[in-house]
Design a protein around this ligand. Sequence first.
Ligand SMILES: *Cc1c(COP(=O)(O)O)cnc(C)c1O
Length: 234
Amino acid sequence: MMMSGTEIHRRKVSVVENLHKVQRAAFAAARESGREESSVTVVAVTKTHTVDSINPLLAAGHRVFGESRVQEARAKWLALRHRYPDICLHMIGPLQINKVRMAVSLFDVIETVDRPRLAALLAQEMQCQTRWPDCLIQVNTGDEPQKTGVRLKDADTFIKTCSAEWNLPIRGLMCIPPLNEEPAFHFALLREIARRHSLQTLSMGMSHDFTIAIRLGATHVRVGTAILGDRDRR
Ligand SMILES: *Cc1c(COP(=O)(O)O)cnc(C)c1O
């Protein structure tokens, strides 16, 4: 589908307006729960969106972004990074073993550490590259068999092992609640696990539930659709 010049212009204006709207709502939720606005970071999720859609956000000063596929992220962000060295890029999708090397060199935060083999390889690769992206452990709070994330019964041991055995820079936890369930339950559960392990970072909440997540302690919300509009299905 071709877009006319005015359509493109309108879209650029609107993604920046959307970002500001999301930020205002996020900051309000933080204040209402007695927290500093600066304790919440909006991660703009740009998966499937082109550099043309991302550019207006960068021009408006936004620097924190999330992508869910390593190769797509590399294709889009390598060049952008040269222009904006202070970009902070989060990996939020399932990480395959054969993409670990590229992920360690590209991302600043890896949110989806969820199994021993991956953790061990990440540690090895970080040593090799002497580059240590912050890591979050993804917890499968709904205990859904088909889903990524460490299962609840294994979470405590895995979290401990990641720091103690592999020396990974584990900063916090991440979750994606099951589709048709009350997200608040899962956010509260994730916060409780983080508290047990004295972890500071909580990545939870997406377009439809990020204010709920912030009220339950989210430090990072991952927002795609509410900023960039609908994605093509894939
Ligand atoms: C796509 C994605 C998001 C953003 O979802 P929206 O509903 O578009 O805000 C957040 N987190 C993860 C892990 C995702 O894959």
